[in-house]
Design a protein around this ligand. Structure first.
Ligand SMILES: Cc1cc2nc3c(=O)[nH]c(=O)nc-3n(C[C@H](O)[C@H](O)[C@H](O)COP(=O)(O)O)c2cc1C
Length: 197
């Protein structure tokens, strides 16, 4: 495939890692929705599978000099992406530790790339977690789309069991997801696909 024909790669980061997490079916739903949207190649980066240790690099990640195989592999994975969507839960009025640990691991690999944020939780719909996460993303020189997606009472919208669990979005969640994907597309048009620079 030529560079001109290459579709931008959207990585959907599933940020909850605990057994039984609703983030996994929400991430799968959003991946399917993003594929139907038609602009991106889509892959899921599941932080439970990536299984990073707590950040333990001796140098600042902006140096790109990593010592741990786990960091080197994560760098290669994230470096391939042109855009991100972070699907993350609200824990204790903020974002969870797993997403912060993953973000802290790298630097240039995130920079200059658009990012959409889908937060979920109970009545607060993950909105506090997302508002707390946005300054972190900006600190990493990422480009957040304005259309964040709050998902209230997310666990009530998951049915089935095990690997068959299905997330059924409310209509306003689908509307928000489309706005987020359109926002990412707009930034890709403005910034160009990072992978070709
Ligand atoms: C440690 C913990 C803290 C939580 N704190 C909040 C909170 O502050 N606000 C909220 O709306 N929901 C809160 N919840 C509910 C979660 O958002 C809800 O359980 C969600 O399903 C968690 O995502 P997960 O299943 O993908 O881990 C909390 C859940 C846990 C486990």
């Amino acid at each position: 495939m030529t560079e001109a024909a290459r579709r931008p790669l959207l990585q959907i980061i599933v940020a909850s890692t605990r057994p039984g997490r609703v983030g996994e079916p929400i991430g799968r739903w959003f991946a399917g929705y993003a594929r139907e949207h038609g602009v991106f190649d889509v892959e899921i980066v599941d932080l439970a599978e990536v299984d990073l240790p707590m950040f333990a690099e001796p140098e600042h990640p902006r140096s790109g000099r990593y010592t741990l195989d786990s960091t080197k592999a994560f760098s290669a994975l994230i470096g391939r992406a042109d855009a991100f969507a972070i699907v993350h839960p609200e824990y204790n009025h903020s974002f969870g530790a797993a997403v912060k640990n993953a973000l802290d691991h790298l630097n240039q690999e995130w920079a200059g790339k658009p990012v959409a944020v889908l937060g979920y939780g109970g009545v607060a719909a993950g909105a506090r977690a997302t508002e707390a996460l946005l300054p972190v993303l900006i600190g990493l020189r990422m480009v957040p789309v304005a259309a964040t997606v709050p998902i209230p009472f997310a666990s009530q919208r998951v049915s089935g069991g095990g690997d068959e669990r299905v997330f059924t979005p409310a209509p306003e969640t689908e509307t928000g997801a489309k706005a987020a994907l359109d926002g990412l597309t707009g930034w890709i048009d403005t910034l160009g696909p990072r992978g070709t620079r």
